[in-house]
Write a protein that binds this ligand. Structure first.
Ligand code: 3H9
Length: 721
């Protein structure tokens, strides 16, 4: 067999493979890391050109497409979705046209992952084969999109309509075995994709198989009721993600045909979604989560430390949550506490939580047992000497932390990662309790620590680069989104949350009810309104912070209304009463009828005439407060990039994924509007709290958006100018 007749562009390699029987045109996609079909890199264009060139060559009897690397393809390049559908989608669409036009049979081999546009290229090929472990999917709806490369039109021509609806509407991939069974692929293979595609192409030549275009196939008979029943199911979530319902419309059109007409319908629907602000928000979230975990200046570097065992000091709720997360990741987990009773309670809690997961079918009994076997409990601090990572999760008091860190310093092995789970204290002070401040970092988990994906990694002044890399690796290992931030009161998340809450409380005083506030936020996209969050977290925690603030920041007064709630002992869910009542069996809380009269009296005492507060006002004021504080955080260098703040809010605070995060929202509003609204509001009641951050003015002068800062542009200071 001869080969390597011709080599093509950078990420697409073409060659002819000739044996006794025939010549096959080979096209190999090689674009690490995920073989995304980047139009900017000319990938779909190069494949299309190769298909056309091979098709024009009478010696070539079949065209074979396959990919090199970890897997076949993750689909279109999401980073190139700039909201300009005419140009963003054009290169891929030309490739589908080239495949449809080919008079030479095209065979395509998939391995590992075949997603989105990648699978759509396969659907447009004439024969498809998949390596036995491949996952095949059209996950576009999870980005707020729909398969816009003919996927909604070709898939139901290859597999039954109900299966196509299921795959496209849920975005869930199918296994290679399922794909074979439902007719999505023609054969499975083991091993090398190049060899397999060559074999299959040789076979179709030998068997004289024809060109077989999916577009020409008939949709098999099905029950049309599937569209209405699916639409009813989707109606509940359509306001959060427009993709699935639009995809369903395209499938409905496919059933009407003809292909060309319904394909145009699909393209238009896809193009409209590309410009939809919620779709943009979801795509920003996807890429943001992969950006925010990278530490500027340390990209591509790895720690040499091992991260296989962890010791957690403090067996309270947080300690148990962290332990569960570590056990799930397969780490040897040692839970330490001074008291046997605390450890007994912790073990019972761990067992209860694992049993709960088994009962819900989320975990097998075997895996639960295996996780439990990783847990050791001890009252002896000496046992933590071998741990790779030590996490302190004790009472939030500097004196207590000092005593714990002095013991850690005495016992921990050299090179161990020493972490505090403090949410409020200065990590520099904590690091100074040890003789190895370079190894000390803050790891701020969010409750429940085994569920919430966010981990704020707090770099203190002396934290070494390798300690940051080790912390990022640890976060990745236990399935968290680890975002590095600097030291300040509340770090990034809680510092912004405080300003957001301040506005919610001011609005309560001005006329809103808790239901007005939470209803507006939840309708807009938050998983839970601010006041319900406080009821869930425990009002006493916020009360303690406000008492501290009163002393530390007397010039930044807080509403005293939440204090009145706390004085009554209404700490929220744990006491059965807070802003809401929590009777047995009522999920999410019921109206607390005593709150409104209390608010009315409070407003009178402040000399305020209560007014109607609209949902728009609630959303705008709280969001502007977040954006403004986020801007200050960037100005101070506490967060590296605006997208880090977005990712913190998406993963730790229930900010709606379709809303992309507060800084993304600022760009949607436009800096001019943000500044104008902040200036206006800063003239009003307690306006000091919304005085625009200086950086916002500089950004406006220099024509910069937050997206520009994410892309690496910097804001010039006056000194630099
Ligand atoms: C589409 O196809 C539209 C078409 O229907 C119509 C067109 C007309 N693009 O997740 P990982 C990057 S829409 C660009 O950490 P894993 C990612 O940012 C697309 N970049 O790896 C990261 O970058 P970095 C439909 C992408 O092994 C790196 O690759 N497709 C894309 O855990 C590694 O990613 C999807 O929705 C992309 N499509 O998981 C699939 N995908 O190196 C989305 C990844 O800078 N992707 N990157 O950190 C995935 O589900 C996972 O990435 C995958 C790999 C399972 C593929």
């Amino acid at each position: 067999m001869q080969s390597a007749v011709k080599q093509g562009k950078q990420n697409v390699f073409v060659q002819k493979s000739t044996d006794k029987t025939a010549t096959i045109g080979m096209i190999c996609l090689d674009a690490p890391p995920v073989n995304a079909l980047s139009g900017d890199k000319g990938i779909p264009q190069a494949i299309a050109a190769a298909v056309q060139e091979f098709d024009a060559d009478p010696a070539i009897k079949a065209i074979a497409i396959y990919a090199a690397g970890r897997f076949y393809s993750a689909g279109a390049d999401i980073a190139e979705f700039r909201g300009n559908p005419a140009t963003d989608a054009a290169p891929l669409r030309s490739l589908f046209e080239a495949l449809d036009a080919s008079q030479t049979p095209v065979v395509l081999a998939m391995h590992g992952v075949a997603f989105g546009g990648g699978l759509e290229v396969a659907l447009a090929a004439h024969y498809r084969i998949a390596e036995a472990k491949t996952k095949l999917g059209l996950p576009e709806v999870s980005l707020g999109l729909l398969p816009g490369g003919g996927g909604t039109q070709r898939l139901p021509r290859l597999i039954a309509m109900d299966k196509a609806v299921e795959m496209i509407i849920t975005g869930r991939p199918v296994s290679a075995a399922q794909a074979l069974e439902n007719g999505l692929v023609d054969a499975l293979f083991d091993g090398d994709a190049r060899a397999a595609v060559l074999d299959f192409a040789t076979k179709i030549i030998n068997e004289n198989k024809p060109v077989r275009r999916s577009r020409d196939q008939e949709i098999a008979a099905f029950d049309p009721a599937i569209f209405d029943t699916t639409a009813t199911k989707l109606a509940k979530t359509a306001h959060r993600n427009p993709g699935p319902m639009k995809a369903l419309d395209c499938l409905r059109e496919a059933a009407q045909g003809p292909f060309e007409r319904s394909l145009t319908f699909e393209h238009r629907a896809f193009d409209a979604l590309m410009e939809h602000p919620q779709t943009k928000g979801i795509c920003h979230a996807f890429l943001g989560e992969r950006t925010a975990v990278k530490i500027p200046g340390l990209e591509g570097q790895k720690t040499s430390r091992s991260m296989d065992s962890v010791a957690i000091i403090g067996a309270g709720t947080m300690g148990v949550g962290i332990a569960l997360a570590c056990m799930k990741a397969g780490l040897q987990t040692l839970l330490l506490d001074l008291k046997d009773e605390a450890l007994e309670r912790a073990r019972a809690n761990v067992e209860r939580q694992l049993a709960g997961q088994v009962k819900k079918g989320r975990l097998s009994q075997d895996r639960a047992d295996a996780q439990l076997a990783l847990l050791t409990l001890s009252t002896s601090f000496a046992d933590m000497g071998d741990a790779d990572v030590i996490i302190e999760a004790v009472f939030e008091d500097l004196g207590v932390k000092e005593s714990v860190f002095r013991q850690i310093d005495a016992i921990a092995k050299p090179g161990a990662l020493l972490a505090s789970n403090t949410s409020t204290l200065d990590v520099n002070l904590i690091a100074a309790f040890t003789n190895r401040p370079q190894d000390v970092v803050g790891l701020h988990f969010f409750s429940p620590a085994n569920i919430m994906r966010l981990l704020e990694i707090i770099r203190a002044d002396d934290t070494s680069a390798d300690t940051l890399l080790a912390s990022a690796e640890f976060a990745r290992k236990i399935g968290k989104v680890g975002v590095v931030v600097g030291v300040c009161d509340g770090f990034v998340g809680n510092r912004i949350f405080e300003e957001y809450l301040r506005q919610a409380y001011l609005l309560l005083e001005e006329g809103a009810t808790p239901e007005d506030i939470d209803g507006a936020m939840e309708q807009w996209g938050w998983a839970m309104g601010a006041l319900k969050v406080m009821d869930l977290a425990g009002q006493d925690i916020g009360w303690a912070i406000r008492k501290r603030r009163k002393v530390e920041q007397p010039d930044r007064p807080y509403s005293t209304f939440p204090d009145q709630i706390c004085e009554l002992g209404w700490y929220g869910q744990k006491t059965g009463r807070g802003y809401y009542n929590y009777p047995e069996g009522v999920r999410g809380g019921a109206t607390n009828p005593d709150v409104l009269p209390m608010l009315q009296a409070h407003s009178i005492a402040l000399g305020l005439i209560r007014r109607t507060v609209t949902a728009e006002e609630v959303v705008e004021r709280t969001l502007l407060a977040m954006i403004n504080e986020g801007a200050k955080i960037l100005e101070e260098g506490i967060a590296y990039r605006p997208v880090d703040i977005d990712v913190i809010y998406l993963n730790g605070y229930g900010f709606g994924r379709d809303r992309g995060g507060p800084m993304f929202q600022a760009d949607l509003m436009g800096l001019k509007t943000v500044l104008a609204r902040l200036e206006e509001l800063s003239k009003g009641r307690e306006g000091w709290a919304l005085k625009p951050a200086a950086i916002l003015y500089r950004m406006q002068e220099q024509g910069l958006s937050f997206a520009d800062l994410n892309a690496g542009k910097t804001v010039q200071t006056d000194m630099q100018e």
